[in-house]
Design a binder for this molecule. Structure first.
Ligand SMILES: CC(C)(COP(=O)(O)OP(=O)(O)OC[C@H]1O[C@@H](n2cnc3c(N)ncnc32)[C@H](O)[C@@H]1OP(=O)(O)O)[C@@H](O)C(=O)NCCC(=O)NCCS
Length: 155
């Protein structure tokens, strides 16, 4: 795991465009990197430094706020998202966060299953939040007290 930097951007844009119908443009990632509360991280395959996944989140007002997450399509279902999130959330907790919050498309079953497995609970539905498709957003929350999973653990 390493802080997301400009040197990762080309690979991140490939993962982003392969992962989302409405991908973040490059400028949004650049802007994200300049935000003081951003704690964005990448998972790297060593020694090649291939970017396997990225996780963008903010640490603000004692809360980890998830902004973006994607895993390289060729490396999914290997526990990478779970490993990256657990490490980042543990880091956020160590830096004073007491909870984590995110929004997910109601129809994104893979992401919902991942978040539920990691102890997030849907607390609110925002009807038609994603305007292009009129899709609902679920707001999911978890306390970071009693967070399990240790640094370096991959399962
Ligand atoms: C969602 C995503 C990040 C999951 O990444 P991943 O590395 O494949 O997830 P993991 O291997 O860590 O999976 C952990 C658990 O999440 C759940 N899960 C992950 N992908 C799943 C899928 N396609 N279908 C059902 N459950 C899934 C499972 O419970 C899984 O545990 P298991 O493999 O032991 O059954 C990945 O599919 C992705 O990048 N999707 C496109 C981008 C996206 O939707 N981002 C989230 C935006 S909110």
């Amino acid at each position: 795991m390493a802080p997301l930097g400009k040197e990762h951007l080309d690979q991140i844009m490939e993962i982003e465009t392969a992962s989302f119908e409405h991908p973040w443009p490059r400028g949004l990632f650049l802007g994200e990197m300049a935000i003081p509360q951003a704690r964005d991280q990448v998972a790297l395959l060593e020694p090649s430094n291939l970017v396997l996944a990225f996780f963008c989140f903010w640490l603000t007002a004692g809360q980890a706020q998830v902004q973006n997450l994607a895993v390289h399509p060729a490396f999914r279902r290997r526990g990478i998202a779970r490993w990256l999130l657990l490490n980042c959330l543990a880091q956020a907790r160590d830096q004073g966060a007491h909870s984590a919050v995110l929004e997910v498309r109601a129809g994104n079953l893979a992401a919902k299953a991942l978040y539920e497995k990691l102890g997030f609970e849907a607390r609110e539905v925002r009807p038609g939040y994603y305007r292009e498709e009129g899709e609902d957003a679920l707001v999911m929350f978890r306390s970071l007290e009693g967070l399990t999973g240790q640094r370096g653990e991959k399962s």
